[in-house]
Design a protein around this ligand. Structure first.
Ligand code: HPA
Length: 317
């Protein structure tokens, strides 16, 4: 009774068949799947009211149950934008830090493949490591550092499932160049206030979590070439690429990771500081889940606008 190995294909097929059985004709062939990260589920409210099918993860056979506050779990099918493009939204995801296996973290991605989805847009909330990034900026990912994967915690570990893809899939082209070009075009078209929010391209470092990074870890990740850091996305992207799904991914910078060394306690100026001054220093830039959710809410609208513009342009071509 496992999702690993050969069973994963049978299980994903079973789930895909269940999901399909719940969909009316008009929603049977979703073209694009959109994974909505922390606070980014608002896209759901922008799809057509009819036809629309919302399946709670708890009712879907084999689906992982998400346990984090602020991450509802719904698989939503509907039509989006003026061209009524059929999409599948994954609102809420399973994270590795919740205790799920990598098979479960990436299970929905495989179900998407079996539903015939060819393109996946993955969003997440992330900490900004690049000094040029501000809270609320959007980063179009062009590469990643799979820190867990490099030491063997990898969603493709185990017998290869040939039905999905090859044993040794390349990832050098994981972040689709054409989709990234479309993204920058769409962003220009939207003409958002650049003072308020900028669009970057950058590298995402995947960490296991759930604790946020220490200052030294942030500096390490920066040295390694990461621009943002987060606890999701990379497993899904690897499994999507394994199965030949085209991938586009965005991080919303919800907090700035702290890179400076902080107080070391052996300096006269520190000895002379008042308790209030010390507290202020110690709390500077400390990541917290509340801040992450708030930044998400504010920027979510622009991110949604961007995704819809990309989809709309994609449909036109
Ligand atoms: N680190 C890791 N994951 C995150 C962060 C962070 O600073 N912010 C949002 N998700």
């Amino acid at each position: 009774d496992t999702l690993t190995g050969p069973n994963a294909y049978a299980r994903a097929s079973e789930t895909a068949a269940y999901v399909r059985s719940k969909l009316p004709e008009a929603l049977q062939k979703p073209k694009v799947a959109i994974v909505c990260g922390s606070g980014l589920g608002g896209l759901v409210d922008t799809i057509e009211a009819e036809p629309k099918v919302e399946l709670a993860y708890s009712t879907i056979p084999n689906f992982p149950q998400s346990t984090v506050q602020g991450h509802a779990g719904n698989f939503v099918f509907g039509l989006i934008g003026p061209q009524k493009i059929p999409v599948a939204l994954l609102v809420g995801r399973a994270h590795f830090y919740e205790g799920h296996t990598m098979d479960l973290v990436t299970f929905a991605t495989r179900v998407c493949k079996l539903l015939g989805i060819g393109t996946m847009i993955v969003t997440n909330a992330a900490g900004g490591l690049n000094e040029n990034y501000e809270v609320g900026d959007i980063v179009c990912l062009n590469d990643h550092l799979n820190l867990a994967g490099l030491v063997g915690i990898h969603p493709l570990r185990g017998p290869n499932i040939d039905e999905f893809g090859v044993r040794f899939p390349p990832l050098s082209d994981a972040y689709d160049l054409d989709m990234r070009r479309r993204t920058h075009k769409a962003w220009k078209k939207l003409g958002l206030d650049q003072q308020k929010r900028r669009l970057h391209e950058g590298v995402y470092a995947f960490v296991g979590g759930p604790s946020y990074e220490t200052r030294a870890e942030c500096r390490m990740l920066r040295i390694l070439g990461a621009d943002v850091v987060g606890m999701s996305t990379v497993p899904e992207i690897i499994v999507a690429r394994h199965a030949g799904i085209r991938v586009l991914a965005f991080s919303l910078v919800t907090n700035k990771a702290v890179l400076d060394t902080g107080l070391r306690g052996n300096d006269d100026t520190i000895q002379a500081m008042s308790k209030t001054e010390l507290d202020e220093h110690l709390n500077k830039g400390k990541a917290n889940h509340q801040e992450v959710l708030e930044a998400g809410r504010e920027a979510a609208k622009d991110m949604q606008g961007l995704v819809k513009q990309i989809l709309s342009d994609l449909h036109e071509d």
